[in-house]
Design a binder for this molecule. Structure first.
Ligand code: ARG
Length: 581
């Protein structure tokens, strides 16, 4: 798409050339572009150019310079009006020009895609649940935010590798193994693996309160596991496989997938090199039998590398993981979508990598997010056994949506209702998840999630279906004709609502970049809410399928563009855009 700022910079550069007459102190295109402002108050134009910097070179007062420039560019077709106000050149972009530029680009379903990331590999690590633990509502955040970040980078042409860094290693497996050996039953385990493993885990903790020797046995079991003892490995593998099967069921429901599931255990044989390196570089010292890296000088406490029994830790595995990723993928960015609780931890990890001399640690990005709680105050911890399974939440969303859809479409077939209920129910949960700034804590509220009129997923999906319905009514012929930008008369989309919508559509590619580079999908969410609201105002206030053929074509074209953007936007959030609801 034509970049209007760029085009204005070109126009200004041409004008400056003639004013400066090759004088010293001329400005480069980039300088000019960076000087162009977008005024807060629309009365000062869509874009403004301040002339202070030119005063010395031109030996003239800035307002006089602004006046000369304004006079020199006012005939440009891009502008409806150009004004000098004090030291500023205020430019009002022609509505027809902007509409033309925007529709020309947005009639293409690929509008928003770019290749700016070509040749660069970005790793997005997300979800990463712990094996043998419930996949609960608390996991929803990393899973959905991470998936959207993957989609954003993919849209910008990066090669994205989606990693699920499964928590499939650590002392908790020692506990699980001991608990299973003492109290376990294979049939029960196969029947409902996670719930049963959770039961065993909870029982372990209860029993260990009275019998501390259980903790020692668990430590021993984990050391055996690390040493590759057959029985321990067999049980661990069994728990892992059963858990993964359950996780995959939820990922399927969510339409989320990964390129690799290399969890912590994958790195179990890749750590020694770094333990040695930390030792050789004098970065690690012994403390009560354990090995630690002292990071007090950086205000980051100490990091445990090996325990007194020799077993490794989460951090040890993460060091090996980061280096493996660099060596294996040569990443441009290595993104970790993990809760704010681990802020300090990731600072420690990055500092250790830095001390080891890995300069690329700067490209390791921790993307934190706040907590989710439930409206009835249910807690999300695994210890107490009182957990809300994500799968149950998703099924609940689908059930509730089914009722609403059936009510709205009494004639729809059962099959249609089921399909839409799934797309809308899951979409609603994702949308809510991606609505707020990720760093904020939020409360999961059913009323908010499923409201068809609020700033929700169903509302945006409904608007998409409305666009589709307008296009169906317009008919294939008209829709085909409206795709031809040269056949469109932009003067018909200059009404306030239509033009507001055009401006939002124009901004979309920049919104995608902004969201990707800030790791903030909610920027897309908010923008498509704005677009949906804007389209609905346009739909209610103006007639689209009017008798006048030219007017109809222009408005149908705007509808196609709005539909494309909403669909792409929902897609970037991992949400379906049904044509009928
Ligand atoms: N499994 C961990 C947890 O549930 C999250 C893993 C985060 N990723 C990492 N590379 N440390 O807390």
């Amino acid at each position: 798409m034509i970049d209007i700022k760029e085009k204005i910079a070109e126009i200004l550069a041409g004008q400056l050339d003639s004013l400066l007459n090759d004088a010293e102190g001329s400005l480069s295109m980039d300088e000019i572009k960076s000087m162009i402002e977008i005024p807060q108050d629309k009365a000062n134009g869509d874009y403004a150019f301040p002339c202070f910097k030119l005063a010395r070179t031109l030996r003239k007062a800035p307002p006089l310079i602004a006046k000369d420039i304004a006079a020199g560019i006012e005939e440009e077709a891009l502008f409806e009006k150009v004004e000098q106000v004090n030291a500023y050149v205020n430019m009002f972009v022609s509505k027809e020009e902007l509409s033309g530029i925007t529709l020309d680009a947005a009639l293409d379903p690929d509008f928003g895609k770019s290749d700016e990331g070509e040749g660069k590999t970005v790793i997005v690590e997300y979800s990463s649940p712990n094996i043998a633990k419930p996949f609960h509502i608390g996991h929803i955040r990393t899973t959905i935010i991470g998936d959207s970040i993957y989609r954003l980078y993919d849209e910008l042409g990066y090669k994205v590798v989606r990693l699920n860094h499964l928590g499939d290693y650590g002392t908790q497996f020692g506990k699980m193994i001991v608990a299973y050996k003492k109290w376990g039953n294979a049939d029960e385990l196969e029947k409902d693996p996670i719930k049963y493993l959770l039961y065993l885990y909870t029982k372990f903790h209860k029993e260990a309160e009275n019998d501390p020797s259980l903790d020692d046995q668990a430590r021993e079991a984990f050391v055996k596991l690390e040493a590759g003892e057959e029985e321990e490995v067999r049980l661990w593998k069994w728990f892992s496989d059963l858990s993964l099967k359950e996780f995959n069921r939820v990922y399927d429901m969510l339409g989320i997938s990964f390129d690799e599931y290399d969890g912590e255990s994958f790195y179990s044989d890749k750590m020694q090199r770094f333990i040695d390196e930390l030792h050789d570089k004098g970065l690690m010292h012994e403390s009560r039998g354990a090995n630690v890296v002292d990071l007090e000088d950086y205000g980051l406490g100490t990091a445990l590398i090996t325990k007194s029994d020799g077993s490794t830790l989460y951090c040890t595995r993460d060091i090996a993981t980061a280096v493996y990723r660099k060596e294996h993928y040569d990443f441009y960015k290595n993104i970790y979508v993990v809760a704010t609780q681990q802020n300090l931890y990731f600072k420690q990890l990055k500092m250790i990598l830095k001390l080891l001399g890995y300069e690329w640690e700067e490209d390791c990005i921790h993307v934190p997010f706040g907590m989710v709680s439930l409206e009835n105050g249910q807690i999300l911890s695994t210890r107490g056994g009182n957990v809300v399974f994500l799968e149950d939440v998703l099924n609940n969303a689908i059930d509730k949506t089914r009722e609403i859809i059936r009510e709205k479409n009494p004639d729809a077939t059962e099959e249609h209702v089921n399909e839409i209920a799934k797309e809308v129910g899951i979409g609603a949960v994702k949308f809510q998840e991606l609505s707020n700034n990720r760093i904020k804590d939020y409360t999961f509220t059913w009323d908010k999630v499923l409201n068809f009129d609020g700033e929700t997923g169903p509302y945006v999906q409904y608007t998409h279906a409305r666009c589709a319905s307008v296009l169906r009514k317009a008919g294939d012929d008209v829709v085909a004709k409206a795709q031809n930008i040269n056949a469109l008369d932009m003067s018909y989309i200059s009404g306030e609502n239509a033009y507001e919508l055009v401006k939002l559509i124009y901004a979309f590619p920049e919104v995608i970049r902004d969201a990707a580079y800030k790791y903030e999908p909610s920027i897309v969410t908010r923008h498509i809410i704005d677009i949906a609201q804007s389209y609905n105002r346009f739909y209610h206030d103006e007639h689209i399928l009017v008798d006048n053929e030219d007017e109809k074509l222009a408005k149908v074209a705007l509808t196609i563009a709005a539909k494309n953007v909403i669909k792409t936007g929902l897609g970037l959030l991992g949400i379906a855009a049904p044509d009928r609801m």
